[in-house]
Design a protein around this ligand. Structure first.
Ligand code: TYD
Ligand code: MG
Length: 455
């Protein structure tokens, strides 16, 4: 007799267990484990063996292969993040917090693709057709030949796709899709996984590109699109601080282009508008030089981006002083504070530290270490640093400054935006830039002594 095959799946991380418990062992989330029926009876118990298959044809790595033709939407920021346009028969996941602007972005992209001649179908599982049409009208896209469907039943959607044969289908969102052969609620891990699997295999078989929208919540309450990430070719995250108008589309996985590429958008009353020169935007409303501000010459994907780090240091009334970070890694800040204390003799004990990246950008490059240290010291010593100076470099635990990649690009961007001094680690390779003086230092202590007179 067959054994009972129910499994228990964590709705936050997708881990499976054989029994229910109040807390997921793998991600630590409370109350996230739900009973689910498995998709199939599972693999056969006996091994296949190597006797009865056919030999698969083998080829050399040098086989000539033409690169896939790509469709450009004309929305440059979107095309770039995709790696230079949409690849036919590819599957893309666009994730992000609810309300960040995913539907707006994809409706605009859909309209652009449709206008450029790609047959585009937009399936909305969250909004009624009238709502989507109203939004399209507000965005001035009503004339675009996009086909619209408000549908959540996966079977009906697949039938529609089979009949219409679009070149691109946008599914907004994967959490609302519902496969009637899976016995659990929409939004659960098994539904999301089944729906994504059906849509992706259909897309591959029929040569259709598919873009799936997925919600992620900070609490991981709805089944995160994490389980879908493995099934698709490209994963894009749409992020931004709710209070800021900037939105950043970031490629975190891309089989057809560079990962870590970003596209910058601004949310306006008329939808998302592209920001072709993010540096100018992030630095646009800089005030007079204030203590605690330092401009970092960073690289996001293939593009240089200048951003300002802002820091505030104040005496603390807490026994454990506060370390508050926005847009940068908290662990990395702790490391820089430790290096400043151990290698330069500058303690931050008894001081609250607030660090912020202006404009709502999230920086993940270690190259920003030196800019963070500069902002910290500038705030602590209460001296403003020159307005026209950019800083970059990685700090090692020994206090040495390590050269970082793409020095040339960083300097060019700084020069273009009118900066006159650049601080970089020693041994950074760069050609001469008229109007931009390059000062390089081998270690942090030397730089701090030169810059702030202490050490
Ligand atoms: P939406 O695309 O619905 O977000 P998501 O699909 O990620 O949940 O966007 C929602 C927000 O965007 C909403 O709070 C209003 C704002 N918005 C604008 O500011 N301007 C616009 O033109 C549009 C369409 C939306
Ligand atoms: Mg939406």
């Amino acid at each position: 007799m067959a054994k009972s095959t129910t499994t228990f799946v964590c709705q936050a991380c997708g881990a499976t267990t054989s029994k229910w418990s109040g807390r997921c062992d793998s991600c630590g989330e409370w109350n996230s484990i739900v009973e689910e029926k498995p998709l199939s009876a599972g693999p056969a118990s006996k091994s296949l063996g190597a006797a009865r298959g056919r030999t698969a044809p083998l080829t050399d790595l040098s086989t000539e292969e033409t690169p896939p033709p790509r469709t450009l939407s004309g929305l440059d920021e979107f095309d770039r993040v995709l790696g230079g346009g949409l690849v036919p028969a590819s599957a893309v996941l666009v994730g992000g917090d609810p309300g960040i602007g995913k539907s707006t972005l994809l409706l605009q992209a859909a309209a652009q693709f449709a206008r450029s001649g790609l047959k585009t179908l937009y399936v909305s599982g969250e909004e009624a057709s009238a709502q989507v049409r109203m939004r399209a009208q507000r965005l001035g896209l009503s004339d675009a030949p996009v086909k619209l469907a408000a549908e959540t039943n996966l079977r009906d959607i697949l039938t529609t796709l089979e009949e219409e044969r679009p070149g691109l289908a946008i599914i907004d969102s994967i959490q609302t899709m519902w496969a009637d052969n899976v016995d659990s609620a929409p939004g659960s891990v098994s539904q999301v996984r089944a729906a994504a699997h059906e849509l992706v295999t259909f897309a591959k078989r029929r040569g259709m590109a598919v873009i799936l929208v997925g919600h992620v919540t900070k609490e991981g309450q709805i089944a995160g699109p994490r389980v879908v990430e493995h099934m698709v070719d490209t994963v894009l995250y749409f992020e931004g601080e709710r209070g800021h108008q900037f939105r950043i589309l970031r490629a975190v996985k891309n089989r057809f282009g560079p990962a870590d590429e970003i596209g910058v958008f601004e949310m306006t009353g008329g939808g998302l508008s592209q920001v072709a020169n993010p540096s100018a935007l992030f630095l646009s409303d800089r005030e007079e030089p204030a203590p605690g501000a330092a401009v970092f010459a960073g690289i996001e994907g293939t593009r240089p981006v200048l951003v300002e780090f802002q820091c505030l240091v104040a005496p603390s009334s807490l026994s454990q002083p506060r370390r508050s970070v926005l847009g940068w890694d908290g662990g990395r800040l702790a490391m820089i504070l430790a290096v400043l204390e151990a290698r330069c003799g500058i303690p931050f004990a008894g001081l609250d530290v607030y660090l912020n990246v202006a404009g709502g950008l999230r920086v993940s490059e270690p190259a920003a270490d030196l800019a963070v240290a500069t902002a910290l010291l500038s705030a602590r010593e209460d001296v403003a640093i020159a307005r026209d100076m950019v800083v970059f470099g990685e700090i090692s635990l020994s206090g040495a400054l390590r050269p970082v990649g793409q020095t040339e690009n960083r300097l060019k961007e700084a020069q273009k935006l009118g900066f006159t001094t650049a601080i970089a680690p020693a041994r950074s390779k760069a050609g001469d830039k008229p109007g931009l003086a390059l000062k390089s230092y081998p270690d942090l202590a030397g730089y701090v002594g030169d810059m702030f007179g202490a050490g």
